[in-house]
Design a protein around this ligand. Structure first.
Ligand SMILES: Nc1ncnc2c1ncn2[C@@H]1O[C@H](COP(=O)(O)OP(=O)(O)OP(=O)(O)O)[C@@H](O)[C@H]1O
Ligand SMILES: [Mg+2]
Length: 305
């Protein structure tokens, strides 16, 4: 029952779209999937048909008020797909979390109560590397990184990969990278194909780059305004089919390696490579609190909910 974060501090790279549609495709295949909307923008909540104003029990109440996570789980239009939504309180959560003891482990503690009920839990993180995203990464077995094949696509990854390394060192030693997914892919442009080649050779032998790519497809962009995953809104569209292919690939990776989870890549070369490429800061610099270390150590046990 992997817990997977969809994280990238870069905005608009398909985190929410992929978490919803991959989750829906997995649910179509009979898996029980829970999406946690950890983004104050509430995009996955809205995209699955909920109005943030009407949500009274959300991830905010779970994290800040210690509410039982089970009471925050809502059904969706897709059988087997559930959501812990975001509401209009969530934008205030980062500030309130700063003073909480064990603040980086609150989501991990909450999910530990319910994770055995789901085949997958997906965490849709905000486009930042603040406390909410760190809670997501601390609660996860792995991160799925979505990437738009555009100029300088790899440069934007530097900070994310460094953050993943810091989380491994200080909060969650077993955090893996589930894989890198190319999305909004336009095979007609030479740039897309060139960036794809660059990304695949860059990660070769270290981190899975999914064979499936998600095409740029207008049905994918339309579906959220109808409150539906594209797998329901336009069942036979290229976008829906691509997310079903991705679901097959994810199932292959997770279910053929029983008990192993995702592969644990050696990221040391990769990180060095990226830092050399873009002249990034050295390892060990904390990205959240300046030069101080992250305040919670991995030894801190999750707080009971
Ligand atoms: N394959 C696609 N084809 C066409 N449009 C897409 C595709 N994937 C995503 N989009 C659109 O691109 C926009 C950004 O996607 P999305 O919201 O999933 O990104 P995000 O990384 O979650 O953004 P944020 O960082 O703001 O949370 C949305 O309007 C979405 O509908
Ligand atoms: Mg999003």
């Amino acid at each position: 029952m992997p817990v997977i974060s969809f994280a990238n501090q870069k905005g608009g790279v398909g985190k929410t779209t992929t978490s919803i549609n991959l989750a829906s495709a997995l649910a179509e295949k009979g898996r029980r999937v829970l999406i946690v909307d950890l983004d104050p923008q509430g995009n996955s909540t809205v995209s699955l048909g909920y109005d943030r104003k009407d949500v009274f029990i959300s991830i905010y109440e779970v994290l800040i008020e210690g509410m039982n996570p089970q009471s925050a789980v809502f059904p969706t239009v897709q059988d087997g797909l559930f959501i812990i939504p975001a509401n209009e309180n969530l934008p205030g959560a980062e500030v309130l979390l700063v003073d909480k003891p064990n603040r980086m482990h609150l989501l991990a503690a909450a999910l530990s109560v319910i994770r055995s009920q789901y085949d997958f839990i997906f965490i849709d993180c905000p486009p930042s590397l603040g406390i909410l995203t760190l809670n997501g990464l601390t609660a996860s077995d792995s991160v799925l990184i979505t990437l738009q094949p555009e100029f300088l696509a790899l440069e934007g990854l530097t900070q994310l990969l460094k953050t993943i390394d810091l989380v491994r060192e200080q909060l969650n030693p077993s955090l893996d990278i589930a894989g890198v997914l190319l999305t909004m892919y336009d095979s007609r442009t030479r740039l897309t194909r060139e960036v794809e080649t660059e990304v695949r050779s860059f990660f070769k032998g270290k981190t899975t780059v999914f064979k499936t790519v998600i095409p740029r497809n207008v049905r994918i962009a339309e579906a959220p305004s109808h409150g539906l995953p594209v797998t329901i809104y336009a069942r036979r569209s290229p976008g829906a089919m691509a997310y079903r292919d991705l679901a097959e690939e994810v199932l292959y990776v997770t279910e053929t390696r029983t008990g192993q989870g995702f592969e644990s890549p050696d990221t040391s070369d990769r990180t060095a490579g990226i830092e050399n490429t873009v002249g990034g800061a050295g390892k060990g610099t904390d990205l959240v609190d300046g030069d101080t270390r992250l305040p919670d150590s991995p030894e801190s046990p999750p707080a009971p909910v």
